[in-house]
Design a protein around this ligand. Structure first.
Ligand code: ATP
Ligand code: MG
Ligand code: MG
Ligand code: MG
Length: 481
């Protein structure tokens, strides 16, 4: 029969447990680490061990780690393989085994346990990593033409601007082997999907960018659970796996549309809902409350985006038909019903998660409706003004920014509504306003830094880090100044 996502997760953990790894729980999405805002990878909870700052408790471990990558937000629903929330399965060696075993086990897991055909698997190695190349070719038996040497961008992994890092080797799955190997490009995501990354963690990247060899050679790996489920369940994307699809089906039924019959735009919106609902439920469960700073702003922005997306496809009010009611709680219920093996604590926090979502949704809808009123007035003005002086009606960058910044009004929506009334928006002007705000918050942050003048104090102030918008909110270096 078909593998469920839960079964894939279990098999991974059991495979490594049978090879001496201790199964450990996922850590919180809120990391105990000042260099990143949210947990972006399985290695984060082990960073002090990799750096030699803490003694290892076991020689090797395996986990299924909840992760958030806000830098992938624009990819959600657009690529088949990216979510903001995903689970990363990992096996870790703390100075115990190294390349040879990591490679051999990853291959055995993929081909024997999950039964992927060997001839569909492709390998990338860091450009000058002959050792890894030779293990893949000579010991595992992968033909040379299916092992690609790639540059640092893909095959030198770092968790952030500083910290443990090293060359890596990735395993890709080929959806179309019939296309042959002569012109194959692993970056072509209509053909290949990267699912497993093996990091040979042997350096510490310092503030000045230099690489200092670690005392021990470590292994840090990550396999995307939803990606493996996508491959094994033979569905076109991560969203149609049993890990996410029930949320999409719920949203589709609330919008009274059918996913299968929907056009691409609606499908993308449903995928955004499927992803963001998971992200906000797990973030709130881990104690992140919507606010205007740091992590709180990440969750607020995700909630706003999912509310707007739901309204866009016609979801209004709650399932009881109360038009003033909130709809996020009904969607969150589905996320919670799927949570048992991802995070057993979520179920027990159900009430507060639903309450928080309901409060935030209703608050945002109010703001949104106030913004709609203001936008109407601004459009009236623009049309009147243009009529008087014979110019083309246009909304200034300042106004668009006001709607965005104060009323949480997304620029695309402003542009859309404006164009319905024949008014253009000054996007250049808007970008300038955004840039000004960015500079101001940067300056404010620098002032804080100077006046504190003490490294550890700066570190403590991280939860208050100013949110600078999605553009600048990369998964790693979110600390500005
Ligand atoms: P990609 O190149 O596809 O963006 P990546 O190289 O950024 O992936 P890694 O940092 O190597 O990813 O993370 C290890 C694994 O985690 C990946 O091989 C993939 O299976 C999974 N993964 C990474 N990012 C995502 C995401 N946004 N959504 C789902 N799975 C992900
Ligand atoms: Mg990526
Ligand atoms: Mg990659
Ligand atoms: Mg990778």
């Amino acid at each position: 029969g078909k593998w469920s996502g839960d079964a894939i997760r279990r098999r991974f953990l059991e495979f490594y447990a049978a090879r001496g790894h201790k199964i450990l729980p996922s850590s919180s999405l809120v990391p105990d680490d000042p260099t990143v805002l949210l947990t972006i990878a399985g290695m984060l909870q082990f960073k002090p061990i990799f750096l030699g700052k803490e003694p290892r408790r076991v020689p090797c471990a395996t986990t299924s780690q909840k992760c958030i990558r806000t830098n992938d937000i624009e990819n959600v629903g657009r690529t088949a393989r990216h979510q903001t929330f995903f689970e990363m399965l990992g096996n870790f060696s703390f100075g115990d085994y190294f390349k040879k075993e990591a490679i051999a086990w990853a291959w055995e897991l993929a081909t024997k346990e999950y039964g992927l055909p060997a001839e569909r698997l492709w390998i990338s190695v860091f450009e000058d990593d002959d050792e890894a190349f030779n293990i893949w070719h000579n010991e595992v038996g992968v033909p040379k033409e299916r092992i690609k040497r790639m540059g640092a961008e893909d095959n030198f992994w770092t968790s952030g601007a500083t910290g443990p890092c090293g060359p890596c080797s990735e395993i890709y799955y080929d959806f179309y082997p019939e296309r042959g190997s002569s012109n194959a490009d692993l970056g072509d995501d209509s053909r290949f999907i990267e699912f497993y990354n093996l990091v040979f963690m042997q350096y510490n990247k310092k503030d000045d960018g230099s690489l200092e060899p670690l005392k021990q050679k470590n292994i840090d790996t990550g396999m995307g659970l939803e990606r493996m489920a996508c491959i094994i369940q033979k569905v076109p994307n991560n969203y149609e796996t049993d890990l996410i699809f029930p949320i999409i089906e719920k949203a589709a039924s609330m919008a009274m549309v059918s996913y299968d019959k929907a056009d691409d735009a609606i499908k993308t919106n449903l995928k955004i809902i499927g992803d963001h609902m998971r992200a906000v439920v797990y973030l709130i469960s881990d104690g992140v409350i919507p606010s205007n700073i740091g992590r709180g702003y990440v969750v607020r922005r995700l909630i706003r985006r999912v509310v707007r997306t739901c309204r866009l496809i016609g979801i209004r009010g709650d399932v009881q038909g109360n038009s003033e009611g909130a709809f996020l709680p009904s969607l969150a219920e589905v996320v919670i019903s799927l949570s048992t093996e991802i995070d057993p604590d979520v179920e027990s926090r159900r009430k507060s998660i639903l309450g928080e979502l309901q409060r935030e949704e209703l608050r945002f809808v109010q703001t949104l409706e106030r913004g709609e009123k203001l936008l109407d007035e601004l459009l009236d003005e623009a049309l009147l003004c243009a009529g008087n002086n014979g110019n083309k009606p246009s909304l200034s960058g300042k106004d668009v920014f006001l709607l965005y910044d104060t009323y949480g009004f997304p620029v695309e929506i402003t542009a859309e509504i404006a164009s319905e009334r024949g008014v253009t928006v000054d996007m250049k002007g808007f970008d300038i306003e955004m840039e000004n705000q960015r500079k101001q918050s940067q300056a404010a942050h620098n002032v804080v830094k100077l006046s504190v003048g003490n490294e550890t104090e700066i570190v403590k102030s991280i939860p208050d880090t100013e949110f600078l918008g999605y553009d600048s909110l990369s998964a790693s270096a979110v600390i500005k100044g």
